[in-house]
Design a protein. Structure first.
Length: 146
């Protein structure tokens, strides 16, 4: 027999996939995790005088050392997330995402583990604001597939 879905599109008690492809079940309390933050970022309120346009906000990027389009949202909770939002370009954030995938895989981190979250936060701090965070003069990012 087929499962009959209610108007909201999910059957009660049947797991579904969230925006990141993770299985979730309605009615079950889940811890906030790094995966939630990466998959469901919180939008930043825009000033009333400035209409929100993706890519329109400019920042002096700490990674590239020049004015570039900034992020459209605070990508991480807390003070570090605000620093990244204020000082990191969208292009530099893409570099971090690729670097963070490598860290997660190399260290075999579980994104739901609070210790992994702490390690990723330390790595992000180092990547953007630590010694050697600036890219070499003349750096050209690799072209992505697709």
């Amino acid at each position: 027999a087929a499962v009959r879905l209610p108007p909201n599109g999910t059957a009660e008690g049947v797991p579904r996939r969230n925006g990141c492809g993770m299985l979730v079940q309605e009615g079950i309390q889940q811890e906030s995790s790094m995966a939630d933050e990466l998959c469901n970022p919180q939008p930043v309120a825009q000033p009333a005088a400035t209409p929100a346009k993706p890519g329109a906000r400019m920042v002096k990027c700490v990674k590239f050392g020049k004015e570039m389009p900034g992020l459209d949202y605070v990508p991480w909770n807390g003070e570090l997330g605000q620093r990244v939002y204020d000082n990191v370009s969208a292009e530099a954030w893409k570099l971090w995402i690729e670097h963070s995938k490598m860290i997660m895989n190399e260290y075999r981190l579980n994104p739901l583990d609070p210790n992994a979250h702490k390690l990723m936060e330390e790595q992000m701090e180092q990547f953007f604001f630590g010694e050697g965070a600036k890219l070499p003069e003349g750096y050209v990012p690799q072209r992505t597939k697709g």
